[in-house]
Design a protein around this ligand. Structure first.
Ligand SMILES: Cc1cc2nc3c(=O)[nH]c(=O)nc-3n(C[C@H](O)[C@H](O)[C@H](O)COP(=O)(O)OP(=O)(O)OC[C@H]3O[C@@H](n4cnc5c(N)ncnc54)[C@H](O)[C@@H]3O)c2cc1C
Length: 829
């Protein structure tokens, strides 16, 4: 089979780990594609490690897994309408890698990275009858709908409780009437697909046969009196503005942690004052326009955005063009809502959760479920509109408080005819007053996309708050005045609009704002905390404000729904298994011991005498890993000093030593958090040092298997369930994909994006790498950093393997990254 050969690289790793497979000649482009789906090119994601996709992190098995995983993703992307089966790969993946194929395929399908969406082939996989327990989803926005469909595919019985009369939440396409029964589709909420490379909404659009419209870069600006801004001056101020952002970025590096307490606005204002005297009124007007644009991108006042973390999601920015969906994003909502049991006008007021399940109170009714998923916006959580019983954990309450939830409003207008140029997608207007800089500062033309002569304008920053109480007639009068100022001097008559809509996202009780941002004092961690489930796997959370990588976006909301569906299925499986364990008295200490022994046959981490298996059931700080230390034969621990005997583990060590002498093999165990496990793995100097670190630094007590106690049971059951799932043939499947990126601006978006990227990426691209490589390298850099923080490999073996894998152009990117990421260089040397 040409192109499907196996190249041998090393001989001392058994099984699938001793050879790197060559699936085809496109490994580099497949790696790039996988990258756009959120998978680093050379290391596993934390989620993959948690899922146990390889026996040992780092090494050739991992390289092979990554090649297979990337190949499957590529195959799926070639035709997103089809259901990709495992059989499609059996002729290109060598038989000795079939277990890896199983794991990669099962992982990708169960998490919704492939085979998701609304095409007929995918919908056909939905089971006719649910076979699993009841799940209640609260909210029919993108997060809720994505989760509901996925859970249905897994076989759960799902109902969605939605407070509004419609689905879609903050994605709302309103049909507006024009002349001669012409109607125009106006997106009053989420509009722009911010990056299409790997964007799951782009894939849904493809499945629906909708071609996306790339937003064109050109965006002329108009002065207060309506005259056009000189393009040279525009460029000059834009450049200066970007420089200020760069300075702010450097400032935060200098400030370190202190920058957490400083706002982006304060930093920019300080710089502006320093340089401010040199600028004219017009330049200041332009500068304010850019500030308004930034406030739009973040739906937040600059004075409230964190200098340290306002752009923490930038490394996950989706690549590709920013696009509009002709006909509106509501088409996606409609497709996702099809055949989902949504109960409208059911405003949830209370959620009670506990180990027996959940009770959700809505509109005087009580709904009972095995689990619930809450997807209401952060604004609703902040407002306390829903009573949680028991109250949510303090750390979650703190994060809800810390994160920002800002405002953006729109005015949509349908005119009798198009009087503006359809060559432009956007144009901007300056304001005389700083506090009103965001008022109607940007216009979108939807004439060619919406079906009618639709023009939309945005209200951001402070102006968005004022706008909430502005009478619509006043608002429209102001907009028309601006349009007349721009077009009438050109001899163009501006007609009265036939229909207008002014949004009020801030006073909408089902939203209470537009989207989340990182406010002063908050950080990306708060998104993770918002995503944590409570009540021992009974109540889960999804929505744009629960995703650290893609907050404030439509795709972030969608992906968060898929993420939680996978988690909920996982918990349901554990519970089912636990029930089984309790019902079967024969599942006693003995079988539990053999279960544990079985699991340790395939440890997730192994170094020296230490083996670790992980479960996903609990996030740190709760223990989720079981460590086993093997005593006898293999370990060569040295004599310990006298001081060691003061520790309670000293005695144990002596006992262990005596077992050594008898040449017996003995296992001792302890529970660890995942972080501790990874920390231990990084300890250098051999087993004795590690042992000491374990006892003294981590303060754990090693015990025999029985001493692990009941808390280990759940962990064991979880791992068992997950591994069982991986091995079993796939039957119910579904949606999703991963990717990169959040919201950025429409117009002038490039400017904002470029500015936001600053530190890392500007530096990277300035070294002449192609744009694509810049994207890759930044993603790799960020994953490297996370690797250093926990998951990366320090195994020198992998360097060789990775070098082979990267011996194509992408290799340059890696090395380039090393230069810019000393931490990652450390990790790889
Ligand atoms: C004006 C505006 C412009 C935007 N522009 C973009 C953009 O250009 N690009 C982009 O990617 N993103 C954009 N976004 C953000 C994007 O729309 C959101 O991130 C995404 O739609 C959020 O989806 P969600 O499922 O998390 O929340 P939602 O869509 O808000 O869904 C939550 C659901 O819960 C319901 N609900 C609330 N409270 C209750 C209750 N008590 N009981 C029952 N139901 C309840 C709500 O009615 C809603 O249907 C924009 C948002 C706004 C508001």
């Amino acid at each position: 089979m040409p192109g499907n050969t196996i190249t041998s690289t090393s001989s001392n790793v058994p099984d699938v780990g001793d050879e790197i497979i060559v699936i085809n000649k496109e490994a580099t482009s497949e790696a790039l594609l996988a990258l756009s789906a959120g998978f680093p090119a050379d290391i596993l994601t934390e989620e993959e490690i948690d899922a146990g996709v390889v026996h040992t992190v780092g090494g050739i098995e991992q390289v092979n897994y990554i090649l297979i995983r990337n190949h499957i993703i590529t195959k799926w992307r070639e035709n997103v309408n089809d259901w990709v089966t495992k059989d499609m790969f059996t002729d290109v993946i060598p038989p000795q890698c079939s277990a890896l194929l199983d794991r990669a395929y099962n992982y990708l399908v169960s998490r919704g990275y492939i085979n998701f969406g609304v095409s007929s082939a995918i919908k056909e996989r939905m089971p006719a009858e649910p076979s699993k327990s009841n799940v209640i989803v609260i909210g029919a926005g993108l997060a809720g709908l994505a989760a509901a469909r996925q859970l249905m595919k897994f076989g759960f019985k799902v109902i969605v409780l939605e407070g509004r009369k419609r689905a879609g939440g903050r994605v709302y396409t309103r049909k507006m009437e024009g002349a001669n029964r012409v109607s125009a589709a106006a997106d009053l909420g989420g509009t722009v697909l911010t990056g299409t490379l790997g964007n799951p909404l782009g894939i849904l659009a493809r499945q629906l046969g909708i071609s996306l419209h790339k937003i064109r870069d050109k965006c002329p600006l108009y002065r207060i009196d309506g005259s056009p801004v000189d393009p040279e001056l525009d460029l000059k101020v834009e450049t200066a503005f970007n420089r200020l952002l760069e300075k702010a970025s450097r400032l935060r590096q200098l400030m370190g942690d202190v920058s957490m307490d400083v706002s982006l606005g304060a930093a920019l204002e300080t710089f502006r004052q320093v340089y401010g005297d040199a600028v004219t009124d017009e330049e200041m007007g332009l500068f304010n326009w850019h500030l308004a644009n930034l406030e739009y991108a973040n739906a937040g006042l600059l004075s409230k955005l964190s200098l340290a973390f306002w752009d923490q999601d930038d490394p996950f920015d989706m690549g590709g063009d920013h696009c509009f969906m002709p006909g509106g994003n509501g088409q996606v909502v409609q497709a996702l809502a099809e055949n989902v049991n949504i109960l409208y006008e059911k405003t949830v007021t209370a959620i009670q959760y506990g180990s027996d399940g959940v009770q959700v109170v809505a509109g005087g009714q009580v709904f009972q479920g095995d689990m619930a998923l809450c997807t209401v916006p952060l604004g609703v959580l902040k407002n306390g509109s829903i009573k949680f019983v028991p109250e949510l954990p303090q750390r979650k309450l703190d994060s809800i408080k810390r994160l920002g939830f800002g405002l953006l409003n729109k005015v949509a207008m349908v005119f009798p005819y198009v009087f503006w140029s359809t060559e432009l997608d956007t144009f901007g207007h300056l304001s005389e007053d700083k506090s009103r800089r965001g008022e109607f500062f940007l216009f979108y033309s939807y004439a060619t996309l919406s079906g009618g002569p639709l023009l939309m304008t945005l209200v951001a920053g402070e102006a968005a708050h004022e706008f909430e109480t502005m009478p619509p007639t006043d608002a429209v009068t102001r907009v028309i005045k601006i349009l007349k100022g721009i077009f009438e001097p050109q001899g163009i008559n501006v007609p009265e609009p036939l229909q207008t809509v002014c949004t009020r996202w801030g006073s909408d009780s089902f939203s209470l704002g537009a989207y989340s941002n990182v406010a002063v004092g908050a950080s990306g961690d708060d998104y993770d905390i918002l995503a944590e489930n409570v009540g021992d796997g009974r109540l889960f959370f999804a929505g744009e404000a629960t995703t650290r990588r893609y907050p404030a976006t439509m795709h972030g909301a969608y992906l968060s729904g898929l993420r939680e569906a996978a988690k909920m299925e996982h918990y349901a499986n554990i519970r089912a298994l636990k029930l089984k364990v309790h019902r079967e008295p024969s599942m006693s200490a003995h079988s539990c011991a053999s279960l544990l022994a079985d699991l340790f046959r395939e440890p997730d981490l192994e170094f020296g005498s230490f083996s670790i298996i992980f479960s996903k059931i609990k996030a740190d700080p709760q223990p989720s890993a079981i460590l086993r230390v093997t005593i006898g034969e293999r370990p060569k621990m040295k004599e310990r000093s006298k001081e060691d005997h003061q520790h309670s583990n000293k005695l144990l060590f002596q006992q262990l030593k005596s077992h050594f002498n008898q040449q017996q093999q003995l296992y001792v165990y302890t529970l660890l958090t995942k972080h501790q496990a990874l920390e231990l793995r990084e300890v250098r100097g051999g087993d004795e040092i590690r042992f000491r670190y374990l006892c003294e630094n981590l303060g754990v007590k090693l015990v025999g298997r029985k001493g692990l106690g009941p808390s280990a049971e759940l962990i064991i059951a979880s791992i068992q369930s997950e591994r069982g799932k991986q091995r079993s043939a796939l039957n119910s499947r579904s949606l999703k994909s991963g990717l990169i990126k959040p919201r950025t601006t429409i117009m002038k978006q490039k400017i904002v994006r470029r500015a936001k990227i600053l530190g890392n990426r500007v530096a990277l691209s300035s070294n002449g790498l192609p744009q694509e490589a810049g994207m890759v390298s930044s993603a790799i850099t960020s994953s490297r950093l996370s690797a250093v923080n926990g998951i990366g490999t320090s195994n020198p073996q992998i360097s060789g393997a990775a070098n082979q894998f990267t011996s194509r152009p992408i290799n340059q990117v890696y090395h380039f990254c090393y230069l810019h990421s000393p931490k990652s260089a450390m990790c790889w040397k």
